[in-house]
Ligand binder design. Structure first.
Ligand SMILES: [Zn+2]
Length: 373
């Protein structure tokens, strides 16, 4: 840098030097304000069943990353979309791994939720009276007493204190927005008929209580597959069309077509809404791919990130895209944020500072190059 400045001074006058220093200072201020601007992040963890069964460190690393990056990315919420384990009630060891991973979020105090997917429940029960047995390991692992003191946690009441259908009320870390966030189980037999209707009625009544909150529904299964004649879970579609404050439905389960899908819905207020499907169980298993949504005032930026590789998947527009908040249309992404906003789990504050300084200097050198060439 010094050599560059010197040669420029020799070849021109000090007027240029002052302009360049001025640009440098302005850019540093803009970058710093962009990096510390009050935005926030929601992290989504789909289908961790292989991690619980075979790659426990990957699961631990994912939730540790959420805690380590809580401040840098303003992580306000973490959502697990089900298939927490692989072998439902058969392998208690997998539930021990899952509990350790997800309770990390309790320790670092990030509001979060989870739900049972089809791999978490034993659906081979013989009659309706045995229904609680289907969730025995889920209920044994995630206990009401661990969550009932949390002001952000709510649940549908069952006689055995199961928290399999739950919701969270949280405020974004920048205080810009409040959310009502549901976690709803997979509707498979015997969670059909009146059982399913009671869950939808419960959701409907809670949404009516919070008309000014942005609502997100997380569930395990929402779209049948990636063919054109797909089936959408009609009860969720009904809710989304009826309640115009529902922004998104997040689903998982299907790993066809790369495990990612975006479906646009028009609600009854004629606004665009979206269903996003993510499932990375077959994408580099053990690499800890997750999805996060970075909310700014103007855009919501969707990033797909591997906590093992410390890298994003930018080359696929189902993995990296944006939503314009004004008219809720899909966009190409968030180039500025893509450039500067990421966080490695092992970063300390010195690394973050070094990264900011280096990014600024590199940006500055490039600017000078383009001015001079
Ligand atoms: Zn599944």
């Amino acid at each position: 840098m010094f050599i560059l400045y010197s040669s420029m001074l020799k070849n021109s006058n000090s007027y240029w030097f002052i302009i360049i220093i001025f640009i440098f200072i302005i850019q540093t201020i803009i970058l710093k304000s962009e990096l510390t601007k009050a935005n926030f992040t929601i992290v989504v963890l789909p289908d961790t069943q292989y991690y619980s069964a075979y790659y426990k460190d990957t699961f631990f690393e994912q939730t540790n990353w959420c805690c380590s990056c809580q401040n840098k990315l303003n992580i306000s919420f973490v959502s697990h979309l089900g298939d927490i384990v692989e072998h439902d009630n058969e392998k208690p060891k997998e539930w021990i791994v899952a509990k350790k991973a997800l309770y990390t979020l309790l320790k670092c105090d990030i509001p979060h939720g989870f739900l049972p997917g089809n791999h978490d429940v034993n659906y081979n029960i013989k009659n309706e009276q045995d229904i609680n047995d289907a969730y025995s390991m889920f209920d044994l692992t995630f206990k009401l007493e661990d969550y009932k003191s949390k002001s952000w946690f709510g649940y549908q009441v069952y006689s055995n204190k199961s928290i399999r259908n739950n919701f969270q009320l949280f405020t974004a870390k920048d205080k810009s927005e409040t959310f009502l966030y549901f976690h709803i189980e997979f509707f498979l037999s015997p969670i059909l008929g009146e059982e399913k209707n009671s869950i939808i009625r419960w959701m409907n009544n809670i949404i009516l209580l919070y008309p000014y909150r942005s609502v997100i529904i997380a569930t395990h299964f929402v779209i049948s597959d990636c063919k054109n004649n797909y089936y959408i879970q009609e009860e969720f579609l009904w809710l989304m069309k009826k309640h115009c404050n529902i922004l998104f439905i997040f689903g998982a389960h299907s790993f066809k077509c790369g495990g990612e899908r975006i479906v646009k819905i028009k609600n009854n207020c004629k606004q665009n809404r979206f269903i996003f499907v993510t499932n990375y169980q077959n994408r580099d298993p053990a690499k800890g791919w997750l999805r996060y949504y970075y909310f700014t005032k103007d855009k919501i930026c969707a990033f797909t990130y591997s906590t093992q590789k410390n890298r994003f998947q930018f080359e696929n527009d189902l993995s990296y895209f944006s939503i314009n908040r004004l008219n809720m249309t899909l966009g190409d992404g968030c180039p500025y944020i893509k450039k500067y906003h990421y966080c490695k789990s092992n970063w300390n504050s010195f690394s973050v500072l070094a990264f900011v300084i280096m990014s600024t200097i590199i940006n500055y050198i490039l600017q000078i190059y383009f001015i001079l060439v």
